[in-house]
Structure formats: structure tokens, C-alpha cells
Design a protein around this ligand. Structure first.
Ligand code: ATP
Ligand code: MG
Ligand code: MG
Length: 546
């Protein structure tokens, strides 16, 4: 990558490295709150934070921002670690904001001693009113001028558990007339009598994000604190806390755009609702934009990393097209996935002149990569082809089967459709065909030139599988945050009873391209039983199938 192509964050890091202001190298952190599963938006932040540390020989902390115990759980803590590792990144140190509770308390006490923080006994509603609006300045709290001694005493008793939730808060004493509402005496600590998944019942006061985050960054020596754009207005507060605390390091906060993706939602609040209201089958439902869902769907870590690299890092929020993610998924599997035969909607074919027993045909696992080898494909007089590969009245330029016409069975023989059998409802249920014994692929002397090639499996040998074909979870590219449930796509899951050739089931690989169909993977939860469609078929460029 040349210099011009580098994003503004990498340019900044290179500048800092050149200035010699980073004696310990680049240090970044990824700071998730353990209140949900990670989603592809988090992947962007992970790829950025871990990516720059890797590129410039630095290190990255994985820090759990666990200051809001009522919404956090160990299940989320575990899943986040698993997801970061699965994406291919290694943290230098695992920390928790709660590791610093004692130090944070000390820094808060120092602010009180310096006359820069006070205990406010106003209610949450009163504080909200005091802080004013964008057009109206704030009003001082009646408790703003409490003495240092009284503040220290009250703050100690808050910690000791003498007060109920909401009775008091600790606020920074900054400027109630600041045009930036974040600077109008923000709350630093609140009382919450709730059990914390790590510190248990040791604390009943918890520090707020704006106080915790910057101090944690400083204590860890984070050289570039990268966060999303909505925190730009918090930057003066980030700097104020560090300028007024006795920390020996002051990281710069640098904001970048949040990732949005079409046809899905990314906020954890909305994802929680999808799970809780059972609109999806858990956090790892393959339709979810979560890392766990994408993994179960069969998306590879390399595809997600490529996607994040292509999206890039800018200062402009936008919703990225789903097509880009799908492109990255196919691109990654294109070279690596073995090709095999899978029939999604089976139509029985009987070869009326077949007299032999079973035959074994060789088939390459990949048309362009000999090193992936071959597999044996059993062939017999009863086959399944795709229902869509037959038409009684074919459209113009039809390259598949129709009455009286011929096709080649991929790697096999040429067949001609002599008769189609319909059920009472008029649905075609079976084709009776003639095969041409001298037309076998590789030793074809028949001189016949059928227009098309179709995929097939041998009925007696094929393995029945449930195939889950996923569509977008939402019908619209930009589901509304307020009425997003109305935008849910009712047809996001289609379950098919299909067949795959036995070599696919027997092979240790999880991902395959079904010839002419797209990419599929064995379900990690129900291997051998369920096969997932990795990316939608439309848009698949599958030249080597023909
Ligand atoms: P939510 O609003 O869904 O709760 P969050 O930002 O509060 O998301 P965190 O767990 O705090 O979730 O996120 C951890 C890190 O991931 C933060 O640094 C945050 O900026 C980043 N992040 C979260 N969502 C996105 C996104 N859509 N695009 C880029 N970065 C993101
Ligand atoms: Mg959040
Ligand atoms: Mg957050």
C-alpha cells in the first residue's frame, strides 16, 4: 500500500512513529461491553485495533468495559473472547475495567479533594433538567458548592452502601454553561446495588463510561484510543478527566465511522429483541449479523477481514451494501472450496436402457486446482437432477432438459428425455430418459452435441440432507430502529430436503461449492444432517460449472 492509500488513522500512527513519540510502540485496545454478542460492526473495530498493532509491531489489549453490571454476563464475556480469537487475532493482555475499580475510586477522591467533583443529591430527572438543552444553558445544582469534607464523607458512605440507588451521584464540576452538554457537570459515579459478574457484591457504586474509559486507556498506556464517531462530542470530557487526574499518560481519542450494513440491524439493543422475542433462533442464528451467526452460516474469518479492509476507515458513517459482504464470502471460498454435487429440489430420473450395475465415475474436486484431487462419484440407472433443470415448455435458449432434448450429466453421460411422468396435480415427478453408453465424459465417441450440462446424484448412493437456504432477515435495506419488527422478511429461511453425493458427507472439509448452485457448509451444530447455504445464489459467477 502506498502512503496515499492509507487511511487517516494509519497516517497518524506513521506520523507519530516518525516523530519518535511512541517509545513502547503502538498500543491499542478493543473495549467491548459484555452485554451481547459481537457483530460485524465490532469486527471493523477489531480489525482496525488489532490490525494496526500487527502492522506496526505493537500490541492490543482486549478490555471488557464491564461497568454496567445489570446488563452484563459471563456468557457474553466468553463469546466475545471466542469471536475475537476466531477472527484470527491475539490480544497481548486481557483486562477488565473492573480491574481498575479501586484505582478509579482513588482518582475520583482526588478530584473531590481538588474541588473538581461533588456529590449531588438531586434526582436523575432534576439533573437532566439542570443540564439544559442544545439551545438552553444549564443551571447549577443546589449541591454544587458542598464542601470538600462533606463530599468526601458522602462519597465514602455511598461506597459503604449507606444509600439507596439514585439517592446521590458523584458529578464532575466543569461548566454548566458549556455549549457541549457533555461538559455540564457529567455524572462520574452512580449507586447500583447489583451483583457484578466479576467483583460480586464488593461494590455498590459504579463508575460511568466517560470516567472509566479514559483512565483505563491511560493506565494501559494506549497510544491511540480509537472509537466511533458518536464519541467525538465526548472527547473534551475524555481530555478533561485525564488533564485533571494524576495519570502519567494521556492517550489521544481518535474517532472513525461506525459500520452499518444493509438489510440488517447492528445495535445490540435491537439484536437482543430479535433473540428474546424468538424472531431468530438465538444469537448464532445464521441470519444474524453477529460473528457467531456468520460463523454458523459458513462465513470464514478471512472473508470478514477482507470485507473490513474493503470498507476501510473514514470519518463518514454509511450503510455498506450487503453485496460487498457476499462478494467477499464468495471470493474467499472460490479458490479453496471443493466442488461437489448437491441437488436442492430433487426430480427423479430413470435411465430406461441402463442394464449394468453401479459404475464409479471420477470427478475433479476443483476445475482450476488439480492439487485438490478427485473423488469417486457413484453412478446408476436412477438419479436425481434439479427440478429447475427440466421444463415441459422451455423458454428460448434453454440449455437444460426438456421433452425430446439432450443434456450432459456433469462428469457422466449424455441423456435424452423420452417421457415425463406427472402426478395427479400435474407436477412432474419423474423423467424417463435414454443414456448414450458411448458418451461418457473423457471417452466420448458419440458425436452428440447437447447444449447444456446439469448436475445430478445417484439415487441409491446420495445422502439425504436438510438444506437451509437463508435470505436476508429484513425486507428493506434500512430497517427502521423504531419499527424494525415490521420490516422483518417472513421468507428469510427456506428448508429443503435435498441430496448430496456421498463424498461430500465423507470428506473432512466443511465448505463446498455445489456445482451451479453456490457455496454451502455443513452445520457445525448438526454435522451431516444440515447443510447451510453460505451466500445467496444470485450473483454467483460459476464459469467452471459449464
Ligand atoms: P451498541 O450500540 O450496539 O451497544 P456499542 O458501541 O455500545 O454498540 P461496545 O461493546 O461498546 O458496543 O463496542 C465495543 C467497540 O466496538 C467500541 O469501541 C465501538 O466503538 C466498536 N463498535 C461497536 N459497533 C460498531 C460499529 N457498528 N462499527 C464500528 N465499530 C463499532
Ligand atoms: Mg452499548
Ligand atoms: Mg459501548
Amino acid at each position: 500500500m502506498d502512503h496515499e492509500a492509507k487511511d487517516f488513522i494509519r497516517q497518524r500512527i506513521e506520523h507519530d512513529l516518525a516523530q519518535g513519540v511512541l517509545p513502547a510502540g503502538v498500543v491499542t485496545r478493543f473495549p467491548p461491553e459484555p452485554n451481547g454478542y459481537l457483530h460485524i460492526g465490532h469486527a471493523k473495530s477489531i480489525c482496525l485495533n488489532f490490525g494496526v498493532a500487527q502492522e506496526y509491531g505493537g500490541s492490543t489489549f482486549l478490555r471488557f468495559d464491564d461497568t454496567n453490571p445489570s446488563k452484563e454476563s459471563d456468557e457474553f464475556v466468553q463469546s466475545i473472547q471466542a469471536d475475537v480469537a476466531w477472527l484470527g487475532f491475539t490480544w497481548s493482555t486481557l483486562t477488565h475495567a473492573s480491574d481498575y475499580f479501586e484505582e478509579l475510586y482513588k482518582f475520583a477522591t482526588d478530584l473531590i479533594n481538588d474541588g473538581k467533583a461533588y456529590v449531588d443529591s438531586s434526582s436523575a430527572q432534576e439533573i437532566r433538567e439542570q443540564r439544559g438543552t442544545l439551545t438552553e444553558p444549564g443551571q447549577n445544582s443546589p449541591f454544587r458548592d458542598r464542601s470538600v469534607a462533606e463530599n468526601l464523607d458522602l462519597f465514602e458512605r455511598m461506597r459503604a452502601g449507606e444509600f439507596a440507588d439514585g439517592e446521590h451521584v458523584l458529578r464532575a464540576k466543569i461548566d454548566m454553561s458549556s455549549p457541549n452538554i457533555n461538559m455540564r457537570d457529567p455524572v462520574l459515579y452512580r449507586i447500583r446495588h447489583v451483583h457484578h459478574q466479576r467483583t460480586g457484591d464488593k461494590w455498590c457504586i459504579y463508575p460511568m463510561y466517560d470516567f472509566t474509559h479514559c483512565i483505563s486507556d491511560a493506565l494501559e498506556g494506549i497510544t491511540h484510543s480509537l472509537c466511533t464517531l458518536e464519541f467525538a462530542d465526548h472527547r473534551p470530557l475524555y481530555d478533561w478527566v485525564l488533564d485533571n487526574s494524576n495519570v502519567n499518560f494521556h492517550p489521544p481519542q481518535i474517532e472513525f465511522s461506525r459500520l452499518g450494513l444493509e438489510y440488517t440491524v447492528m445495535s445490540k439493543r435491537l439484536l437482543h429483541r430479535l433473540v428474546e422475542e424468538k424472531l431468530v433462533d438465538g444469537w448464532d442464528d445464521p441470519r444474524m449479523p453477529t460473528i457467531a451467526g456468520l460463523r454458523r452460516r459458513g462465513v470464514t474469518p478471512a472473508a470478514i477481514r477482507d470485507f473490513c479492509a474493503r470498507v476501510g476507515v473514514t470519518k463518514v458513517d454509511n450503510r455498506v451494501e450487503m453485496n460487498l459482504l457476499e462478494f467477499c464470502i464468495r471470493k474467499d471460498l472460490e479458490d479453496s472450496a471443493r466442488r461437489g454435487m448437491g441437488v436442492l429440489k430433487p426430480l427423479k430420473v430413470t435411465l430406461t436402457n441402463w442394464t449394468g450395475g453401479d459404475e464409479i465415475l471420477p470427478g475433479k474436486w476443483h476445475g482450476k486446482d488439480e492439487s485438490l484431487g478427485e473423488r469417486d462419484m457413484p453412478f446408476s440407472g436412477e438419479l436425481y437432477i434439479e427440478q429447475d433443470d427440466f421444463a415441459i415448455e422451455p423458454p428460448k435458449k434453454w440449455k437444460r432438459l426438456s421433452p425430446g432434448e439432450m443434456v450432459r450429466l456433469r462428469y457422466g453421460y449424455i441423456i435424452r428425455c423420452d417421457e415425463h411422468v406427472c402426478d395427479d396435480a400435474g407436477e412432474v415427478v419423474e423423467l424417463k430418459c435414454t443414456y448414450f453408453p458411448d458418451s461418457r465424459s473423457g471417452s466420448d465417441t458419440s458425436g452428440l452435441k447437447p447444449k447444456g450440462v446439469v448436475h445430478w446424484v445417484s439415487a441409491a448412493h446420495a445422502v439425504p440432507v436438510e438444506i437451509r437456504s437463508y435470505n436476508r432477515l429484513f425486507r428493506v435495506p434500512d430497517p427502521s430502529a423504531t419499527s424494525f419488527l415490521e420490516d422483518i422478511n417472513p421468507d428469510s429461511l427456506e428448508i429443503l430436503q435435498g441430496f448430496v453425493e456421498p463424498a461430500i458427507v465423507a470428506h473432512e472439509d466443511t465448505h463446498f461449492q455445489f456445482e451451479r448452485q453456490g457455496y454451502f457448509c455443513k452445520d457445525s451444530k448438526l454435522p451431516g444432517v444440515t447443510i447451510m447455504e453460505v451466500s445467496p445464489r444470485d450473483g454467483l459467477q460459476n464459469e467452471d460449472a459449464l
